[in-house]
Write a protein that binds this ligand. Structure first.
Ligand SMILES: *[C@@H]1O[C@H](CO)[C@@H](O)[C@H](O)[C@H]1NC(C)=O
Ligand SMILES: *[C@@H]1O[C@H](CO)[C@@H](O)[C@H](O)[C@H]1NC(C)=O
Ligand SMILES: *[C@@H]1O[C@H](CO)[C@@H](O)[C@H](O)[C@H]1NC(C)=O
Ligand SMILES: *[C@@H]1O[C@H](CO)[C@@H](O)[C@H](O)[C@H]1NC(C)=O
Ligand SMILES: *[C@@H]1O[C@H](CO)[C@@H](O)[C@H](O)[C@H]1NC(C)=O
Ligand SMILES: *[C@@H]1O[C@H](CO)[C@@H](O)[C@H](O)[C@H]1NC(C)=O
Ligand SMILES: *[C@@H]1O[C@H](CO)[C@@H](O)[C@H](O)[C@H]1NC(C)=O
Length: 925
């Protein structure tokens, strides 16, 4: 009965995208137990949770509470399970989450319930009902880190868990940004409107984010008591300049209290405290002060003398009147019973003033089970089944009904209990990623295919796979599981021979009922008996199985052979250029002179040399790179190295066609790339104020990452590029990207001498760890690639003296500063306009930051980066269909313009294969 609210969010999307008056974008208001959608008197649009088919609905009637959403509720059995609502959110966006509870004696028990509520794996609060007729409310501010958020009710200590409303409000800006928000939620403790004109709270539509600003005149136990004599309310009708989103609503700022006798004092209980608080006070001068008057005061907190050092002077901080000043503390230790005082300074003529205040408690996030990712892979295979819909963390606060977890702080899944669930298809391989698994029960299903390799689950004790339709052989690796005690595979269609090691003592092992699975045969006669007793058809079957195995084996051997041959290994370096079949093509100088018309058209230059355009006799266009430094290796070693490089073939690597080594000239011949370098398209003269659109940039990143992945994983030994940068990513006529110049640094360095300690690379792209340690790894390329991703996002050069402000010299520091403070907009290339999806942008931005981590082992592999880019592309594609109509035309235009650039006008492609002048030989910083 627990179910996700996908349907709701799609309904919601429908609202926000098709309704002409989009008044509540970013709001979800669930009327739990409600039977129909409605709009309430303040304009909030409520939807029912009717598709949530767990729990039961009750209607209640409470005196003086007429709001429709409080006439129903949903309650759940008081069992050991959790009941989760899953709401769709936009990752990397801040939200206010509010849950409310009005008991109303729904169970006619008059026993006030007490139960827990959690957000994902994090215990949020214990709901303690103490009055049948008043609403309990909990609010939480969080930065979404995944596309959904789960709110789970569980563990009734008394009575039944229930819920009246669940509300989600999307924030717009960053007033609630904290440097701790990756690890902590903000749990709202107090949000007070001082000097309020009535008891009614101020909320939507006065507050566009529907925060509830409680009136300070409400009479509640331990709420704003001990008020100092001389405290007076003041108000104004003049609009207050609040000057930023998420500031308190103007209406809240138009009222205040003043301490006419020189001080304001209050005491109130803070839910959830003692703890660390985010506390902000809001001031606006709304009284007329004569020129000889001043208002200065200090905050006094018992036991915290340091706090009182700062003097609040509103007018000085918000010059003029009617303007917001919002000093606060982002990490303040507060007690449960908070007494505070604002006292005027001795040189102030007016007493203190206070308009509003917010106090939130830091609530530490629980990361939940480390198995969450693996198990969600399992879920996705069976996503239509009920048991996949329980929501929340697999283990916390209580496990799903079909798993058991260890009791570690970060619990592992130790049992999977999915007997007789009508499962079909293969056993999901993600199950083998559950490294803590002890028991696996998948018996009595319709599972097919082979047994997976359980080697990763070394704790496995009990495996139940009986009564399925599993095929293939019993993997011998099962015998390597040191703790395996029981293995049930009877009544499947397994075949082959039972591994001897499984037949040893101690293991409870049942493999009967597998027609083609046989006990290991030591003697041929036993084999004959088996075959002899089988019917003809099965002999044939057996024969086929064996021949397939043989063929497979043969194939693999062939493949391995090819594999060795096709890959440039160091061993192959002993092959010489005398071997015509394997050597790189050796051009004569005359050939090259003729192709380039005596080096007529220069199309690029850089640290390695100058690049010329050329055309071979048969019409093939080439790029000819004349290497500058003539201290390369001897001719033979040079051609060996070049031969190795020319053997690296990949569609995303620029092909080296051959070389020429004559008369002191070292020349490399490459395929010609019509559209020049990525660098030119991002910020070179070719952009003409237009630029390649975001999806194209993502595709270029994908292409380049594939090329690099091949260098890192497809070549033995690994080829490290060492000099990745946007000017080494070249674009063909279709704007597909290829990586160029791989292996060249090595050609230049290792050949000269064996001083491999010379750091090579380009300033701005150079891995700082490599620079310090001089240990080159594939992660150095990942660093450089991260810089390229940042260039793609921002359209900024890697190094700039002007563009990054005074604090940053390079793109990495600059982007880090913005991204980590949640301000991605600040770095997005303005040329992209609005034609991108923020989620795909975040994905790339976050991965880019991972790539430029100071330490190599913290960086992802290029394959992980590639996967993220591909995810971003599919997100972007989806989003693009939404934007179709307004932006599609724009992006197609810019795509055409880039294609036209290179198709004919070669003269304008200034720096083909260019290498920056900024190449750092030993001078890299
Ligand atoms: C309901 O409101 C009326 C009038 O406002 C008041 O007299 C009464 O005490 C209230 N009842 C409750 C239960 O709060
Ligand atoms: C609920 O929580 C209480 C206190 O945390 C605990 O003692 C109790 O065992 C829990 N009940 C269930 C069913 O998990
Ligand atoms: C959100 O921010 C945009 C500008 O970034 C602004 O136009 C819009 O009104 C804001 N929405 C709310 C509800 O404040
Ligand atoms: C300010 O000046 C007025 C007269 O202009 C005087 O009455 C008042 O006492 C002065 N206030 C203070 C605090 O000096
Ligand atoms: C607040 O400060 C303390 C001590 O300086 C620190 O340990 C803690 O991590 C900070 N942040 C939070 C959210 O408590
Ligand atoms: C499995 O399928 C059968 C027949 O369709 C159905 O009766 C049974 O309830 C299903 N079991 C589960 C656990 O879904
Ligand atoms: C093995 O499984 C078969 C089929 O379910 C059953 O009949 C037999 O009793 C089992 N043998 C043992 C030793 O458990």
């Amino acid at each position: 009965m627990e179910t996700t609210f996908l349907f709701l969010s799609s309904l919601f999307l429908l609202f926000s995208f098709s309704s002409p008056q989009i008044i509540q974008a970013g709001f979800i208001s669930l009327d739990c137990g409600g039977t129909e959608s409605f709009t309430d008197e303040i304009g909030l649009q409520w939807t029912t949770d009717a598709k949530f088919n767990y729990g039961e609905i009750s209607t209640i009637s409470v005196a003086n509470e007429t709001r429709k959403q409080y006439t129903t509720l949903r309650h759940f059995p008081a069992d050991s399970r959790k009941y989760c609502y899953t709401l769709d959110v936009v990752s990397r966006t801040r939200y206010l989450l509010r849950a409310t509870f009005l008991y109303g004696n729904f169970d006619k028990n008059n026993v006030y319930p007490k139960f827990d509520i959690s957000v994902g794996a994090t215990h949020w609060s214990t709901i303690v009902i103490s009055d049948a007729n008043s609403i309990e409310m909990r609010e939480l501010i969080f930065l979404a880190s995944s596309p959904t958020v789960s709110v789970c009710l569980s563990n009734a200590t008394t009575g039944q868990p229930f819920i009246s409303t669940l509300e989600l409000r999307q924030f717009n800006g960053s007033i609630y940004f904290t440097q701790y928000e990756q690890q902590f939620y903000l749990s709202v403790s107090a949000r007070i409107n001082f000097g309020a004109e009535s008891d009614a709270p101020i909320r939507y539509p006065d507050d566009p984010f529907d925060r509830i600003w409680e009136s300070d005149s409400v009479k509640k136990a331990n709420y704003l008591v001990d008020v100092a004599a001389g405290t007076e309310k003041i108000s104004t009708k003049v609009p207050i300049d609040v000057n930023r989103y998420e500031a308190p609503p103007v209406k809240v700022m138009q009222t205040a209290v003043v301490g006419t006798s020189g001080s304001l004092t209050y005491r109130l209980n803070l839910d959830g405290f003692p703890g660390t608080a985010w506390a902000v006070t809001y001031f606006a001068e709304i009284e007329d002060l004569a020129p000889n008057e001043s208002r200065k005061f200090r905050l006094v907190l018992p036991g915290q003398p340091d706090i009182s050092k700062a003097v609040v002077n509103i007018v000085e901080n918000a010059p003029g009147k009617y303007r917001l000043y919002e000093p606060g503390f982002t990490n303040l230790s507060l007690p449960f019973v908070l007494s505070f005082k604002f006292g005027k300074t001795s040189d102030s003529s007016k007493g203190p003033l206070l308009n509003a205040m917010e106090i939130n408690k830091y609530l530490e996030k629980n990361d939940g089970s480390p198995d969450a990712a693996a198990i969600s892979g399992v879920l996705s295979r069976f996503s239509s089944a009920d048991w996949t819909q329980e929501g929340g963390d697999p283990c916390l606060p209580v496990p799903w009904s079909w798993v058991r977890c260890s009791s570690d702080p970060q619990p592992r899944i130790i049992s999977i209990l999915l007997s007789s669930k009508n499962l079909t298809g293969n056993i999901p391989s993600d199950i083998t990623k559950l490294v803590g698994l002890v028991e696996l029960w998948l018996d009595g299903n319709y599972l097919t295919g082979p047994l997976p390799d359980f080697t990763g689950c070394m704790d496995l004790k009990i495996i139940h796979l009986e009564n399925n339709q599993l095929t293939g052989t019993l993997p011998a690796s099962l015998a390597n599981l040191p703790n395996l005690r029981e293995l049930y595979v009877q009544n499947n269609v397994l075949s082959g021979v039972v591994p001897q090691d499984l037949l040893s003592n101690g293991l409870v092992f049942n493999y009967s009922g597998n027609y083609n699975l046989h006990r290991g045969s030591r003697t041929m006669s036993h084999m004959y008996i088996v075959i002899g007793s089988a019917v003809g058809a099965s002999v044939l079957l057996l024969a086929t199985v064996i021949s397939c195995l043989v063929m497979r084996k043969g194939k693999r051997r062939n493949y391995e052979k090819e594999h060795i041959v096709s890959v440039p290994t160091q061993r192959l370096a002993s092959w010489t250029s005398d071997d015509p079949a394997e050597a790189a093509h050796c051009f004569s100088l005359a050939e090259i002179e003729s192709a380039t018309n005596n080096f007529e058209k220069r199309i690029g230059s850089g640290g390695f040399g100058i690049v010329y355009y050329g055309k071979l006799k048969e019409g093939k266009e080439i790029a000819v790179k004349v290497l500058r430094n003539n201290s390369y290796q001897g001719k033979r070693e040079f051609s060996n190295e070049v031969t190795l490089l020319s053997r690296i073939h990949h569609r995303n690597l620029v092909q080296l066609l051959g070389y020429c080594r004559e008369e002191e000239n070292s020349i490399l011949v490459y395929e010609f790339m019509h559209n020049g370098t990525l660098k030119e398209h991002l910020y070179g003269p070719l952009t003409h104020g237009r630029s390649i659109n975001w999806i194209k940039r993502l595709q270029i990143a994908e292409d380049a990452a594939k090329g690099i992945e091949y260098l890192h994983t497809g070549c033995v030994p690994v080829v490290i590029h060492r000099d990745l940068k946007s000017s080494n990513i070249l674009l063909d006529t279709h704007m597909r990207a290829k990586v160029s110049d791989f292996g060249l640094s090595k050609l230049a360095v290792d050949g000269v001498s064996h001083v491999s300690s010379i750091v090579r690379g380009t300033v701005g792209y150079l891995d700082p760890e490599y620079y310090i340690s001089q240990q080159l790894t594939d992660k150095s390329d990942v660093y450089s690639f991260g810089v390229i991703l940042l260039e793609l996002i921002s359209g900024q050069e890697a190094i700039s003296n002007e563009n990054f402000g005074i604090h940053c010299r390079n793109i990495v520091q600059w982007a880090k500063l913005h991204i980590e403070s949640g301000d991605i907009q600040g770095i997005i290339d303005p040329l992209l306009g609005n034609n991108y999806d923020l989620q795909s942008m975040w994905k790339i931005a976050e991965k880019a930051l991972m790539c430029v981590q100071p330490h190599g082992d913290m960086r992802p592999s290029i394959s992980e980066v590639l996967k993220e880019i591909q995810d971003a592309i599919s997100i972007e594609r989806e989003a693009e269909t939404f934007r179709k109509g307004n932006s599609d035309e724009v992006s197609r235009n810019s795509f055409h313009s880039s294609m036209n650039l290179g198709s004919m006008d070669i003269g304008r492609v200034e720096s083909f294969l260019s290498i920056d002048q900024s190449i750092a030989q030993p001078t890299a910083r």
